[in-house]
Ligand binder design. Sequence first.
Ligand code: 0X9
Ligand code: ZN
Length: 414
Amino acid sequence: MKYINLVHFACFFLICYGEKDRFDNYRVYNIEVNDDAGLGEFQKLEESSSRIVFLNEPNIHQPFQILVPPDQLANITELFKRSAVKTEVQHENFQKLIDEEQPHDTAYGGHFGWDRYHDLDVIYAWLDEMLQKYSSVLKNHNYGKSVEGRALRAVKLSKKEGNPTIFIESTIHAREWVTVATATYFLNELLTSDDGEIRKLANNYDWVFVPVVNVDGFAYSHSNNRMWRKTRKPHSIIKFCVGSDPNRNFDFHHGDVGASTNPCAETYAGPSPFSEPETLALSEFIETFDNIKLYISFHSYSQLLLFPYGHSKEHTPNHKDLNQIGQKTKQAIAKRYGTQYKVGNIAEAIYLASGSTIDWVYATRNVSLTYTFEFRDKGRYGFLLPADQIIPNSLEVIDGLKAMVEEAEALQYL
Ligand code: 0X9
Ligand code: ZN
């Protein structure tokens, strides 16, 4: 799915309509490699712009998943034989997972809720509703426009002057739908919950939410390709390869490691730092706050809680604290349903990745606590987490966030 397939476009009087990409009989393989040679094979494959979709980055720390079109099965089987790896067919037909992601009730009339995934218009309409209902404490911030002209939006909840700020960034990767679902669930809790701990969080901190960073990509993942990750800005003379990985596009060690120079790759860093209007606008928006104490980036999937750095295995000066707060968060997450997260610095826990938001915020904005959550699950459904898991995911993440703030307070970061 790395190229726009011309066959999927119909044009009438120069207006072109995209059709939804289908994934009939695409197989999902679960792959475990345990040496650099095996890893290299998959990294080469990813760079080669074959039509195999990498659902996450090849790495040696945990299994990763790839999506193989039926006509690529022979090729991939060859590669498996060549490079002693452990592989397992996880799904025979990826399209079936897509079809089963949302509930099938016919009563849905575009209303907002957490029983299904919503598109950008429905999410923005809900934000407007909340802004109206809670106008004394919730403020709107339009901080820019996307390449395709969509509004880049944030909201800030503030009940008291002088509160420290906690910043929640969500859906920088388009296909990670459970991130915005969880962000909106949490915002709703902060606005409406009677739970004492949540009330305390809402009263004692200013909360900034960017529910969807990558608006164009997100819209595209709804309208055309459920597996879209990047932005939608065309970059190369290879016009069929669109977008950069916004989580490799930030101006800190941009393009150093764990990012691609190939415009067709899923981790293409972009031609220059902040080449994407969406990341530039987000960085400028972040710069308008001088009191961010905790910055959190919502991703899916893999059940990880990650902290800087991603560009190097070097430990940050407060590595121990970041880890301790992370461990408490992990324990709190596990309590409700037993969901197991792994905690660590990005480079050692998963893979090197430079130019990400949390590294940039940590290193250049002087914010000592920055984390990336990778939500449920560990690959069974991956990005297609069934909608009936939105609330369980949100509840355990909120348990984690409560513990995170509590431990950060105990260590006097907040
Ligand atoms: O590769 C990524 O950008 C993240 N994984 S994802 O599957 N959601 O794409 C991991 C990012 C690790 N964190 C940072 N480098 N900030
Ligand atoms: Zn992501």
